[in-house]
Design a protein around this ligand. Structure first.
Ligand SMILES: NC(=O)C1=CN([C@@H]2O[C@H](COP(=O)(O)OP(=O)(O)OC[C@H]3O[C@@H](n4cnc5c(N)ncnc54)[C@H](OP(=O)(O)O)[C@@H]3O)[C@@H](O)[C@H]2O)C=CC1
Ligand SMILES: C[C@H]1O[C@H](OP(=O)(O)OP(=O)(O)OC[C@H]2O[C@@H](n3cnc4c(=O)[nH]c(N)nc43)[C@H](O)[C@@H]2O)[C@@H](O)[C@@H](O)C1=O
Length: 348
């Protein structure tokens, strides 16, 4: 990517988008086009068409999406499939119409079958039934892969699809109902610690409520009491976690160095042209909770609410293709959780 290139980051204020923005700035890119969700609703075809016609970016990072944890995916099923399909269709199609040189689409490792071989290679896509809780979201992401691949084959575009594992970092979503497990555990244990210490003022401030009575009611709604906090499922699933700035580095590296043909390879029937991005190491949710408990300094009890879904038992990514293309993550989970809690405290 030439330093003067016009680069559009869709979703630049999100967990990944904000990290990509930082990485590009660190690498000296200044010709960046940024629009908030309010300024440009990418589910709206008219607005998106006009934006691309007016700005004609050279490169596009598509990190805008409707994203959430297992319970949000399971409840807001229509939102997850409709909004993500609309965003992808609009951005990918108008990138083609306006001559975008290269687009990087972010999918997710939830595209793989619930019982895919572990670690999951790229060619296990569409070989079995999906995990129920996030099937709508996964179908949207699979459609995004197929859109990029089909435009590349029919129109000669250079749109690459990456499948990140679970991501975490500053700017994560800490909403107790809609967030992913890692930010949820950090916030629940932090709030539980404040409650155990009787730190009513800090609780009212952190939760942004009228008074302590409101705070207590909200906390108990999420199973947080003076003695314990409630976590979801059995704690036995395993998950892999990649630090958001490592993810951003991978996205910029791939945008610099890798084209569709490098990932698609020589296939008569071209498929599985996406690329896993992860660490290749996973951890049991129970162990993750113990790690976060130590980092936060929480001393209460952890109760597991098995009425909440576990989701897929494991989704470890096979990162051999990514490593062969010359990229490997740097930040370990222990280091990342430390930095994440520090960033959380700075914001609280
Ligand atoms: N977080 C994770 O663990 C993983 C994420 N991914 C993928 O990575 C990408 C980025 O995810 P992440 O950064 O976590 O998500 P976030 O929710 O943190 O950020 C998404 C961004 O997209 C914006 N956005 C949402 N809807 C629209 C819209 N209709 N028009 C314009 N902007 C919109 C949001 O703006 P606003 O907040 O103002 O609505 C937000 O800035 C997504 O494609 C996601 O599927 C893949 C695997 C794991
Ligand atoms: C990135 C990925 O993220 C989602 O899939 P997921 O990894 O299953 O989601 P999750 O992070 O919410 O849960 C991971 C595990 O953790 C357990 N868990 C315990 N206690 C809490 C808790 O308090 N909150 C949450 N959210 N989970 C909890 C939870 O029960 C589950 O077993 C989808 O968006 C999917 O589409 C996707 O792409």
């Amino acid at each position: 990517m030439e330093k003067s290139a016009k680069i559009y980051i869709a979703g630049h204020r999100g967990l990944v988008g904000s990290a990509i923005l930082q990485e590009l700035k660190d690498q000296g890119y200044e010709n960046l086009i940024l629009r908030t969700h309010k300024q440009l609703d990418l589910t709206d075809q008219q607005q998106t068409a006009q934006f691309f016609k007016d700005h004609r970016p050279d490169y596009v990072f598509l990190a805008a999406a409707t994203v959430g944890g297992i319970v949000a995916n399971n409840i807001y099923r229509a939102d997850f499939i409709y909004k993500n399909l609309m965003i992808q269709n609009n951005v990918i199609h108008h990138s083609y119409l306006n001559g975008v040189k290269k687009l990087l689409f972010l999918g997710s490792t939830c595209i793989y079958p619930k019982m895919a071989p572990q670690p999951m290679p790229e060619d296990s896509l569409l070989t079995g039934p999906l995990e129920y809780t996030n099937e709508p979201y996964a179908i949207a992401k699979i459609a995004g892969i197929k859109m990029c691949e089909s435009y590349n084959l029919q129109y000669g575009t250079n749109f690459i699809s990456v499948m990140p594992t679970n991501l975490y970092g500053p700017n994560d979503n800490f909403d107790l109902e809609k967030s992913h497990v890692l930010p949820a555990l950090i916030r629940k244990m932090h709030l539980g610690k404040l409650l155990m210490d009787g730190n009513e003022q800090a609780l009212v401030k952190e939760m942004d409520v009228e008074n302590f009575a409101f705070a207590k009611a909200e906390l108990s709604k999420h199973g947080i009491t003076k003695e314990s906090i409630e976590l979801w499922g059995t704690g036995s699933p395993r998950r892999e976690f990649l630090w958001s700035h490592d993810m951003a580095k991978a996205c910029v590296y791939l945008m610099h160095n890798i084209d569709f043909k490098d990932v698609a390879g020589e296939q008569k029937e071209v498929r599985n042209t996406h690329l896993n991005i992860g660490t290749g190491e996973d951890i049991e949710i129970k162990e993750l909770a113990a790690l976060i408990k130590k980092t936060v300094g929480y001393t209460g009890k952890l109760n597991w609410d098995s009425s909440k879904p576990d989701g897929t038992p494991r989704k470890l990514t096979d990162v051999s293709k990514l490593h062969a293309l010359g990229w490997k993550h740097e930040v370990s989970l222990e280091k990342g959780v430390d930095m994440m809690y520090e960033a959380y405290l700075d914001k609280a």
